[in-house]
Write a protein that binds this ligand. Structure first.
Ligand SMILES: [Zn+2]
Length: 144
């Protein structure tokens, strides 16, 4: 007994049971096989399942783009972590500390913290470099 995957002209897939491949060929040649759904006798044989290669060779472009974004995000996370490891969190005293460092009142060091846009603007006018660092959501919890 042989089970063959068949498809009719109307694109209905179904299985046909035959004594042998010769039996199938003979029945197909005499239009003896009809689609169980629409009765079409225009039947084509599909390759058996194991020969159907449905595995994709590599991800499609959309997923590649997402992967790129993930890579960029992880690189960004690494930069942010480096900044966080090499700076002192001064929180709301950021503007004050930035000034003290700038005017040599305290030892020069990297700091990070919160500053309003007015504070940041005032610091820039005094010649103090302020870098806005948007933090990824994943890290926000750890800087509190
Ligand atoms: Zn059909």
């Amino acid at each position: 007994m042989k089970v063959l995957n068949l498809r009719c002209a109307g694109d209905h897939a179904f299985e046909g049971w035959f004594a042998s491949e010769d039996d199938f060929n003979a029945q197909a040649a005499s239009s003896a096989i009809a689609c169980p759904l629409c009765g079409s006798t225009e039947i084509s044989r599909l390759p058996s399942a194991p020969r159907l290669n449905v595995s994709r060779q590599g991800p499609p472009p959309a997923e590649t783009g997402q992967g790129m974004q993930m890579t960029l995000q992880s690189q960004w996370m690494r930069v942010v972590r480096q900044v966080m490891n090499s700076t002192e969190d001064v929180g709301d005293r950021f503007a004050e500390e930035a000034r003290r460092i700038h005017y040599g009142e305290v030892e020069e060091r990297g700091i990070r913290g919160r500053a309003s846009s007015e504070d940041a603007e005032a610091l820039r006018e005094e010649g103090i470099e302020v870098v806005a660092l948007p933090l990824p959501d994943a890290l926000k919890g750890s800087i509190q």
